[in-house]
Structure formats: structure tokens, C-alpha cells
Design a protein around this ligand. Structure first.
Ligand SMILES: Nc1ncnc2c1ncn2[C@@H]1O[C@H](COP(=O)(O)OP(=O)(O)OP(=O)(O)O)[C@@H](O)[C@H]1O
Ligand SMILES: [Mg+2]
Length: 477
């Protein structure tokens, strides 16, 4: 298991080119070396067998032709015979003749007869040849001894060297190895070509897949051939087309959703504004006049016992009026429309500071560069409002801070608290709309919103939205 896993790891880590090259080269080399070895062994065997036969037949021939010469004691002719035999056959290393006592009568060694050679081989029985392989300085020699005239006249000995066999085998091996090398070279060229053919469309596909991964669905790959890879290219193209269509539908849906959301938020703001105005202008006016009349009534009441009760009722009206004003302001602070974001946020933070036991620092930079677009003002105001409401409702914080910075055409807002924090995953699954609304508002302005929170360590909300208009590079009030 582990072993095969390891093989896959190694084989999988190399490129397709190396794999194909490896297979081709491996097979060619294996075939070349194995057949070379086999042919070498077999041809050597065959050639030495022939050498042995040749050695026997030459020795027999010498023996037959030497009989008369020995019987007539013609040593010169005997010598001629041996020389002739040696010259006629290139393999013959030496030839010599002994008489039946083992004394050398004639030989081809010229100067000196090598010692020990005599004892190296001898005809065993009458009329039977005997071949021995003798090791000499110049390699192996097939030495055959044949009795002359049934052994009566002596023995003929002929030695055939294996030098030519050796040379033949070596040259054949060289030829075969050369062939292997040539075939390997052809194999490498073929493998390189094959790799190019195979990997070209794959590399194409890879590039296109990367492009598609980065959202470029217009990319099509050219099917190079009508094979499996060509089919893959076609499948890829149809997948890209499907993706492009799906992406287009998604973008349309997304656009529709943003439009709808924008309308919902605008309608909500309008409705809040309307209710706020109504509360302020109608309900507030009525309550004010009620309050004034009760004041008058109290002063003019003829029954003194009723006066405290009237005063009590008047106080109730005062409180209700206060509540109505607060509600109207919270629904839509007219200061936001009249004086802008900076003033509205200053007042809102002041109010929260006064009403709740949490200390809020406010810092605004670069805000004195003219009014922001109304949608940005409303959205940022609502984001800060919701974030601070969450701090008051959930965080248990002692300190919080609001930072606004307008710079380089962007408005950054950071709302931080030192409260108990929460688990973002839980909040994501909750049915609540507050945090969700924050993100929606930021994204509708093409901005971003990031929430960082760790349970027990507080919460930070970062909002960044692009704003048009003049930029400020230096911090301001
Ligand atoms: N600053 C904060 N500190 C601690 N917990 C918070 C904070 N802000 C949000 N949360 C947690 O995240 C949850 C989701 O907040 P979200 O504003 O979406 O809903 P909500 O405030 O409960 O209700 P609403 O929809 O009225 O805003 C909250 O219920 C609260 O548990
Ligand atoms: Mg909330």
C-alpha cells in the first residue's frame, strides 16, 4: 500500500513529458540491452562450437596428411604441412606433431616451443581426438589432439584461437548497442513530438480554465484534434458557455435585487420622514396646544382642589410631547437634511451619551469639505445609528467610539466598543435584520463593511464607501 502510494507520488510529480520520455527511453534501453546480451551469449556459443569443430577437422586433416611423412621421416615436408595449415586458416594459432614417445617432431613456433603446452592435452585412446581449452596470454585456445596412424606414428596437435570469435562478438555487440542508441535518440525525438502534441491542447485548456476561474467566460479553447482531448475541449467550451449564461442571469438577478432593495430602503426613509413630520407637525402641535391650554386652565380653575390633578395631567402631556419629539427625531432627524451628517451624528452621539451609561467618543476628520450625497449621508447615519443601538442593547460596553474620516474620495467609518462581543456565525444565522441591513446599505453604495468581533473582547465595524466631491488629504475637524 505505502509502496504503491510512494510510486504514485513520484510518478505523479513529474511532468507528462518526463513520463512519456521515461516510458519510451526505458523500453528502448531495456529491449536493446536485453537482446544485445542474449544475442551475445548465443552467438558466442555458436561460434565457439564451430571453432571446436574446425579445430577437430583441421587436426584430423593434419593427422591424415602427416602419416606418410612421418613414416618416411620427411621432417621438412612435415614442417611445410604445419606452416601451410597455419597460413591457410587465420584462426590457427599453432600446430605441432609429436612422435609416439611425445617428442616434438615439427612445430610452428619458430624459436622456442612453449613449455607446458605438451602436457596440456593429449589424445586419450587410439583413434580418438581430444579437445581441450587452454588459457594463453592471447586468450583461450581450442587445442585438439588427434592420434596419427592409430597412435603408432605419434600425435597431431592444432590450436585455434578464439580471438576472431571474440572480435566478431564484440563488433556485433557494438553494432547492437549503437542501434539501441540510435533508436533511443529517435525515441526521444518521437517522445518530445508526442508530448508537444499531447500537452499543447492541455496547456491551452489549463490557461482557459484559469481565465474562467478569474471570471472571464468569453474564453474558448480550440479543439486541436478529434480525440479525447478534443472532446474535453468541446465539453469545456460548452461548460464555459453555460457558466457565462448563468453568470449573466446571476448579474441580472443581483441588479434587480439591488434595485428592489434601493427602492425598499428609499420607501422606508420616505415613510419615516413622513411619520416623523406628522408626529412633529400634527401630534406635536396638538400636544403643545393641549399643554398651553392646561396651563391656562390650571391658573383659571375655580376649584383649588382640582389644580394638582390638572398639573399632573399637564406633566403627563409634557412627557408625552418629549417622547413624541424623541421618536420623531429618531425616525428622521431633520438636522440630517438641514445641517448634514456631521451635525446629525454629533447630536445623535450626544443623545446616546446622555441617555445610556456608555461613554462614546466621537472623532470626525475631513468632514468639513461640503455636504455628502444624500444617499451616503442617510446610509452612514443609519449605519452608525444601528451600530450604536446594538452597542447599547447587546454589548454591555463601558466605552465605545465612532470615527469618521473622509479622505481620497472615500468615507471611512469605524464603530468600536469594548463590550462582550459575539459569535459572527450565530449572528449570520439569526433572523435579525440589523447587521444584515448594515451590510446591504454599505454595498448599495458600492462600499464594504467588515465586522470584527471576538466573544468577550468587543466589536469593531469598519465601513468604507466611495464619495464624490472634493477630497481632503489632511485631517480636519
Ligand atoms: N456590539 C455588539 N456587541 C455584542 N453583541 C452584538 C453587537 N452587535 C450585535 N450583536 C449581536 O448580534 C446579534 C444580531 O444583531 P442585529 O443588529 O442583527 O440584531 P438585533 O440587534 O438583535 O435586532 P435588530 O434587527 O432589531 O437590530 C444581536 O442579537 C447580538 O446578539
Ligand atoms: Mg440591532
Amino acid at each position: 500500500m505505502i509502496f504503491t502510494h510512494r510510486i504514485w507520488q513520484v510518478a505523479g510529480a513529474v511532468s507528462v513529458r518526463s513520463k512519456i520520455l521515461g516510458i519510451v527511453l526505458g523500453l528502448v534501453l531495456l529491449l536493446g540491452v536485453v537482446t544485445t546480451l542474449q544475442v551475445r551469449v548465443m552467438s558466442r556459443q555458436a561460434l565457439t562450437d564451430r571453432l571446436e569443430e574446425q579445430s577437430i577437422s583441421i587436426a584430423r586433416d593434419v593427422s591424415a596428411r602427416a602419416t606418410d611423412l612421418i613414416l618416411t621421416n620427411d621432417l621438412y615436408a612435415l614442417h611445410q604441412l604445419l606452416e601451410e595449415t597455419r597460413l591457410n586458416n587465420a584462426d590457427v594459432r599453432y600446430a605441432f606433431i609429436t612422435d609416439k614417445n611425445g617428442t616434438v617432431l615439427a612445430h610452428t613456433f619458430g624459436e622456442g616451443f612453449p613449455p607446458g603446452l605438451l602436457a596440456a592435452n593429449q589424445a586419450d585412446e587410439v583413434d580418438h581426438h581430444q579437445t581441450a581449452v587452454i588459457e594463453t596470454e592471447d586468450g583461450l585456445v581450442w587445442d585438439t589432439a588427434v592420434p596419427i596412424f592409430g597412435g603408432e606414428a605419434g600425435t597431431a596437435r592444432v590450436g585455434l584461437s578464439e580471438a576472431s570469435v571474440q572480435a566478431t562478438v564484440e563488433s556485433m555487440t557494438g553494432q547492437m548497442l549503437l542501434t539501441t542508441v540510435v533508436v533511443s535518440a529517435v525515441g526521444i525525438a518521437a517522445a518530445v513530438f508526442l508530448t508537444w502534441i499531447v500537452t499543447r491542447p492541455i496547456l491551452d485548456l489549463k490557461k482557459s480554465a484559469q481565465a474562467v476561474g478569474q471570471g472571464d467566460f468569453s474564453r474558448q479553447v480550440r479543439p486541436w484534434a478529434d480525440d479525447e482531448i478534443g472532446d474535453l475541449a468541446l465539453a469545456f467550451n460548452s461548460m464555459t458557455a453555460d457558466l457565462a449564461q448563468a453568470e449573466q442571469e446571476r448579474a441580472e438577478r443581483e441588479q434587480l435585487r439591488s434595485q428592489l432593495l434601493e427602492k425598499v430602503i428609499a420607501a422606508q426613509e420616505e415613510e419615516r420622514q413622513r411619520i416623523s413630520r406628522e408626529l412633529h407637525d400634527e401630534t406635536g402641535q396638538s400636544l403643545t396646544s393641549l399643554m398651553v391650554r392646561m396651563q391656562t386652565m390650571k391658573q383659571q380653575c375655580p376649584v383649588p382642589e382640582l389644580q394638582p390633578q390638572i398639573e399632573e395631567l399637564r406633566q403627563l402631556v409634557v412627557q408625552t410631547l418629549d417622547g413624541v419629539h424623541n421618536l420623531a427625531r429618531e425616525l428622521r432627524p431633520s438636522i440630517l437634511d438641514d445641517l448634514g451628517l456631521e451635525a446629525a451624528i454629533e447630536r445623535y452621539v450626544r443623545e446616546v451619551n446622555g441617555r445610556w451609561p456608555v461613554e462614546i467618543d466621537l472623532m470626525m476628520m475631513g468632514m468639513d469639505n461640503g455636504r455628502l450625497p444624500p444617499p451616503v449621508e442617510t446610509a452612514v447615519y443609519r449605519i452608525i445609528q444601528e451600530s450604536l443601538t446594538n452597542v447599547v442593547r447587546h454589548a454591555d460596553a463601558r466605552h465605545a467610539s465612532v470615527l469618521l474620516e473622509r479622505r481620497n474620495g472615500r468615507l471611512r467609518t469605524i464603530i468600536e466598543d469594548d463590550g462582550k462581543g459575539f459569535d459572527l456565525r450565530d449572528a449570520a444565522h439569526s433572523e435579525r435584520l440589523g447587521l444584515y441591513g448594515l451590510r446591504e446599505r454599505a454595498e448599495l453604495l458600492n462600499g464594504t463593511l467588515t465586522i470584527e468581533t471576538v466573544p468577550g473582547q468587543g466589536t469593531s465595524i469598519f465601513v468604507e464607501v466611495p464619495v464624490n466631491g472634493t477630497d481632503s488629504h489632511s485631517a480636519g475637524g
